[in-house]
Design a protein around this ligand. Structure first.
Ligand code: F6P
Length: 753
């Protein structure tokens, strides 16, 4: 039997049963009420008759009694009256009763015997109410009065109740059937049919991302699990394809699987530890629920795939509003939440610590110091003290984690932890420590303005390996060391020797996971122009061309310059007005710092000033979407855009440029890239621009829009080849290999007990 019929029949049986029981109880109670009414009326009539009839008895006037009884018996609802003597013998009865009375009714016998009124409802159809009352003269029982009333009214009322309840049941039944069919179709059979189709799609190798996710909250948990399974399946397929490809390509390509194997061999059973300020997964309170998000920024984009692949422990600042509630007593949580692959240990900071270490020293001091964007660094003693304190706090946590581990590999991330290598090596000289500096390193003159430059350099030079994105930043660093510290800088092999510690300084250009392999054009089932149409429709915009920018909102990213370039382009090439829209996906960042807060206002004001004179009902030049956008949303924009603009004024690498390339499986789209982003060293097929030159940027937008489609495709193919080959797995493999093979002096290679 189909589920719908089974459901309907069960609901009907239950509804009918409930209706029957309730109607039966209602009928019983109504019957009793009506019976009581009859009893009361019979009581009143009986009492009024008793006195007159007693008088006739006393006077022995049987003829008058007969006439009286006849007359009385014609009253409404009263079928008749009869009078019996004390022996139960009928004395008189109204004519209307002739043929209805048994010789002596039971009720009369009972009344005479007990000398008490007796009443009862008789008959199954055409019910009648009968009542007998004793007649006494001077305390002596003389006989009984028998009243016979028409009670068919009770039957009619009770029938009416059964009838109306039956009609109600019919109506309910109809509604139940209709509702059940709708609910079952909408929430169960429909989604199941979708899931079936969806799973068939998976089995036949269609990409899960391209299929419509089945609706229906009943099936939500199942859908989530199946989605994960689908992802794993497609990852397994992709990795199998990759393996085959790697074999064919002479094992030149780095993949997640190859990195896992490689790290396993290099580590030889030792653990891999990552320390960063930003955590890869943040738990945030959203109303009454908790949401897990991946923060914006290149560091997380690059490192999460590595730990997913190799496992290990990641120590980071727990800055999400619901982070404390989601970890165990050690501050640990297994991540990613849906398919745990590694452990995240969160370090919680006080307001003062966060203010001084993160906002103050790191982001108002070192950040503008290292990015040449003409924002003055601010250094304060308090911030410096908090910076040292927080570095110690992270060092304590890491030392606790590596307590029992011999020669663990520690990868420290970024400018927040310049002192950490020193703090770790002081206690654990056997640990192999690398620090990767994700931002540019300035020349010695610029770095020299930092009041604590030597302390920062001491801290960094305790590491066995220091990584930058480019050789240029390595050179700046070595020159800085040369200028400010007593040490031996080896320019022939890019290293520094100081107090017996050797530190290698190497470029490792960071990247993203490689683009998924596309076997055939049929795999790209959604065309870029369809995606573009959908996106613009959602934004309420009609436009032929879509340009996109994706950033943390930061003054180093050149967002204002980009807006001005759009404005200049529309002035210079007015035929594009109404036909080109630039969408900026900006994730608010560090807004607690005045410079960032002001930047936000400045950006909004600029967008408004550019849009206002040009915009129409359905079009505007710039759409500024300020929010934390998920990777999925960002990917939709990347895949729909005609142009992606990365116009950083200064940037260590900039992974947006690489993410855009990685997402263009269709080999369409043009990348406009700042010459001041590290990515420009590798992505030579982008249109490389100077973000300070608004004319050049406007012209490169024009060049991109008018570029021959063949050239667009060829450039994108070359860019994809670079991103595919120099992917993040290769980055990680190079760092791990270099670190694992660093020579650590024997005397210091001991585990602290
Ligand atoms: O680009 C430098 C960097 O520190 C990255 O390493 C990181 O992803 C990004 O800035 C994010 O900054 P924050 O963590 O301050 O939001």
């Amino acid at each position: 039997m189909k589920i719908t019929i089974r459901l309907i029949v069960s609901l009907l049986l239950v509804a009918a049963g409930v209706a029957f029981v309730f109607t039966y109880l209602q009928v019983q109670s109504e019957r009793e009420i009506l019976l009581r009414e009859f009893d009361a009326r019979a009581g009143v009539v009986g009492e009024s008759l008793e006195e007159s009839i007693a008088g006739y008895f006393r006077a022995n006037a049987m003829d008058r009694l007969r006439r009286f009884v006849d007359r009385f018996g014609r009253k409404a609802q009263l079928i008749g009256v009869a009078v019996y003597d004390s022996q139960g013998t009928l004395l008189v009865a109204s004519r209307t009763l002739s043929g209805r009375l048994p010789s002596t009714p039971d009720q009369v016998w009972e009344c005479i015997t007990r000398s008490q009124p007796v009443s009862e409802l008789i008959g199954n159809t055409d019910s009648a109410h009968v009542a007998a009352f004793p007649v006494e003269v001077e305390g002596r029982l003389m006989g009984a009065i028998f009243l016979y009333q028409d009670a068919s009214y009770i039957d009619a009322r009770l029938d009416a109740i059964w009838r109306s309840n039956f009609i109600r049941l019919l109506a309910q039944t109809f509604l139940i059937i209709v509702t059940t069919i709708i609910v079952v179709r909408w929430s169960i059979t429909g989604p199941i049919a979708q899931i079936t189709q969806w799973m068939r799609g998976l089995r036949t190798g269609k990409s899960p991302q391209l299929m419509v996710v089945p609706r229906g909250d009943i099936l939500a948990p199942l859908t989530t699990e199946v989605t994960l399974m689908a992802k794993s399946l497609s990852q397994a397929r992709a990795s199998a394809r990759e393996k085959a490809r790697v074999r064919v390509e002479g094992e030149s390509l780095w993949t997640s699987g190859r990195l896992r194997e490689h790290v396993h061999v290099e580590l030889g059973g030792r653990g891999l530890y990552i320390v960063s300020n930003r955590e890869p997964y943040m738990h945030m309170n959203q109303g009454s629920s908790v949401e897990c998000i991946m923060p914006a920024g290149g560091l997380v984009t690059a490192l999460d795939p590595i730990l997913r692949s190799c496992g290990g422990l990641w120590i980071a600042h727990g800055s999400g509003t619901a982070d404390r509630e989601t970890v165990d007593e050690r501050g640990c949580i297994a991540v990613p939440p849906n398919e745990p692959r590694y452990t995240l240990r969160r370090i919680f900071l006080s307001k003062e610590e966060e203010e001084g270490y993160y906002y103050g020293f790191s982001n108002e001091g070192i950040w503008p110091l290292c990015h040449i964007t003409h924002t003055r660094p601010v250094f304060s003693l308090n911030s410096w003290i908090e910076y040292q304190r927080v570095n110690e706090k992270f060092a304590d946590a890491l030392l606790e984690e590596i307590h029992k581990e011999e020669s663990p590999l520690v990868l420290i991330q970024d400018y927040h932890f310049a002192l950490l290598p020193l703090l770790i090596k002081a206690k654990r000289p056997d640990a192999r420590v690398a620090i990767f500096w994700h931002i540019p390193w300035p020349n010695p003159e610029v770095f020299g303005i930092c009041p604590w430059k030597q302390e920062l350099l001491f801290g960094l030079l305790s590491a066995d390996l220091i990584g930058f994105h480019t050789q240029f930043h390595c050179n700046n660093f070595l020159e800085t060391v040369d200028r400010f510290l007593e040490s031996k800088v080896n320019w022939d092999n890019f290293s520094v020797e100081r107090h017996g510690q050797l530190t290698l300084v190497r470029p490792f250009p960071i990247s993203v996971a490689p683009p998924a392999v596309v076997e055939s054009k049929d795999e790209i089932t959604i065309d870029a122009s369809d995606r573009k149409r959908d996106i613009l429709k959602k934004l309420g915009i009609t436009s032929q061309w879509l340009l996109v920018g994706v950033d943390r909102i930061d003054y180093t990213k050149g967002i204002l310059e980009r807006f001005r370039a759009i404005q200049r382009f529309l002035e210079k090439y007015p035929e594009y007005q109404g036909k080109l829209t630039f969408v900026e996906l900006g994730a608010p960042s560090r807004t607690h710092i005045k410079r960032y807060h002001d930047l936000m206002g400045e950006l909004e004001e600029t967008v408004d000033r550019i849009n206002w004179p040009l915009q129409t009902k359905n079009w505007k030049p710039i759409v500024f979407l300020k929010a934390h956008h998920t990777h999925d949303i960002i990917s939709q924009f990347y895949q729909a855009a005609d142009i992606c603009m990365v116009t950083s004024l200064h940037d260590g690498m900039n992974l947006v440029a690489k993410e855009f390339v990685a997402s263009r499986k269709d080999m369409k789209g043009v990348l406009i890239l700042s010459q001041f982003a590290g990515a420009a060293q590798e992505l030579r097929d982008a249109l490389v621009v100077n973000p300070y030159d608004v004319e050049e940027m406007a012209d490169s937008i024009h060049q991109a829009l008018t570029m021959n489609p063949k050239e667009v495709q060829e450039r994108m193919e070359r860019l994809s080849a670079v991103v595919k080959e120099r992917n993040v797995y290769r980055w990680a493999a190079n760092i791990v290999t270099t670190l694992a093979r660093v020579r650590i002096p024997k005397a210091t290679a001991a585990v602290e007990q």
